[in-house]
Design a protein around this ligand. Structure first.
Ligand code: MN
Ligand code: MN
Length: 466
């Protein structure tokens, strides 16, 4: 260590931007804290596989930590903790600051919906003595990845009498699972000529759900009939009730450590629970902040954030207005003075597919939480390009707290693109930059992240809101 640096080494040390593997520069205590933190994260992944389950879990965890449901007209004082539940799919959690809300709040935003297969409104049919569900995929998926993997069914039937019947089937080892079948390779010579995008088509994502016919000497659709009999016994529903249901098929596997060294996490739904869990646990740990801390866990990001539970709705705007008005302040002024970390994943550099990345600006596993100045496509279309001033502020905060971080772009300039909720929040006049965790196999049934990056994401969120 005491070896003297040469002049050029000394100057390089001073002038160059250095990107370093976080696991090399972290002490053992930090690494074991990251491991410990990810034990909770894996539990969260396993119990919160859909936006409804994630919202319910967040509210349950928040209540246990002293949060109560926000009531308009009620006065809250500094240090009070509230949550606002938007239709069971989007949740805002806030800790009231000592400064006025009008002087600005610090927002972290992450999404709790993930790509999956939704059931169509009229999904059930029988063909060749097998019963199947028709699906409509949700979000950007590579369709071929969703065949021949065990699936679990989550969601609700909303009935005409106003009651809602919850469904979760296929998560426990003693429960049945479901599958989208694929063609055997022996007979796939024609299918193999299709492009990868068309390898499995949307209308081929049909889910096998049964094969046992209702025993009768006559009649057709006896397998379908038997399925409906079972569903009627278990959930009290008839076929028409599918019309007002939201049922989602998600991979049935559990989250697990990845690698001999257990340095990574493999799971379905890490985009964006890998940022939602840090945002949630950070706001739960915030006590008496100066600026009001708001964490928002939102739905519908994967399909463009539209709809009344997406961040392109007025929900967040109303939350800030409600909080400001509670103190007699102005919501618009509050928004203008607010800052946000839009917490979403970025694409990590996969050594098997390096050609889509530009190395100098790609994020790497274990190099820390990723700050993404802009996403978008082509010439920065459809994105919020964070201002240099705001990035500087975030950079200073991260460095001061000793948080390991890196920058990332979403692939090479002309190769594709994507977006986050950052632009919708920025459009309200809030300062926003994206910050999140690099992921491999994004949007697949089993995504890869690194534990150190997840923990650093948590630390960044906490530092920002505390
Ligand atoms: Mn995302
Ligand atoms: Mn996504």
């Amino acid at each position: 260590m005491s070896e003297k640096l040469s002049k050029s080494e000394e100057l390089k040390e001073k002038l160059f931007y250095k990107k370093q593997n976080g696991r090399l520069i972290c002490d053992d205590e930090t690494l074991s804290r990251a491991d410990e933190y990810c034990e909770g994260y894996k539990c969260f992944l396993n119990i919160a596989k859909t936006e409804r389950e994630a919202a319910a879990t967040a509210i349950e965890m928040a209540k246990a930590r002293g949060f109560s449901e926000f009531e308009r007209g009620k006065q809250y004082k500094a240090g009070d903790k509230v949550y606002i539940n938007n239709r069971g799919k989007t949740v805002a959690l806030a800790v009231i600051g000592t400064q006025s809300v009008e002087s600005g709040v610090n927002i972290t935003a992450a999404h709790i919906d993930s790509p999956r297969l939704d059931l169509k409104p009229n999904p059930l049919y029988e063909d060749t003595d097998l019963a199947l569900f028709k699906t409509h995929y949700y979000g950007g998926i590579k369709k071929y990845q969703w065949t021949a993997v065990p699936l679990a069914l989550h969601g609700v039937f909303a009935l005409k009498d106003g009651s809602v019947v919850k469904v979760s089937l296929g998560e426990n080892d003693d429960e049945p699972r479901f599958v989208v079948n694929d063609l055997l390779p022996h007979l796939a010579s024609e299918q193999n000529k299709r492009t990868l995008a068309e390898g499995i088509k949307g209308e081929e994502l049909n889910v096998l759900i049964g094969s046992h016919p209702f025993k009768d000497d006559k009649g057709s659709e006896l397998v379908k009939l038997n399925i409906l009999k079972l569903l009627n016994e278990k959930y009290g529903i008839t076929e028409t009730d599918f019309l007002s249901a939201e049922l989602e098929l998600v991979p049935a596997f559990k989250a697990s450590d990845l690698g001999f060294d257990r340095s990574m996490v493999g799971s379905y739904g890490q985009d964006d629970r890998v940022c939602a869990y840090p945002a949630l646990t950070a706001v739960l740990n915030v006590e008496n902040p100066k600026r009001t801390a708001v964490a928002i866990l939102t739905d519908k990001e994967e399909i463009g954030s539209d709809g009344n539970t997406g961040l392109n709705s007025d929900f967040l705007r109303y939350v800030i207005h409600d909080l400001a008005e509670m103190q007699g302040g102005n919501g618009t002024v509050a928004l203008r003075n607010s800052k946000c970390l839009s917490a979403d994943v970025n694409a990590g550099l996969d050594p098997t597919f390096p050609d889509v990345m530009e190395r100098k600006n790609a994020s790497l596993l274990n190099y820390g939480v990723t700050v993404t100045k802009y996403t978008g496509a082509r010439g920065k279309a459809s994105t919020s390009d964070a201002s240099a001033e705001y990035v500087a502020e975030v950079r200073a905060m991260l460095d001061k707290a000793g948080i390991i971080w890196q920058t990332g772009e979403l692939g090479k300039v002309d190769i594709g693109g994507g977006g986050t909720v950052a632009m919708y929040i920025a459009n309200m006049g809030v300062d926003v930059v994206d910050l999140g965790v690099p992921v491999l196999s994004m949007h697949s049934p089993f995504e890869t992240t690194a534990k150190l990056d997840i923990y650093m994401c948590y630390r960044a969120m906490y530092e920002f809101m505390k």
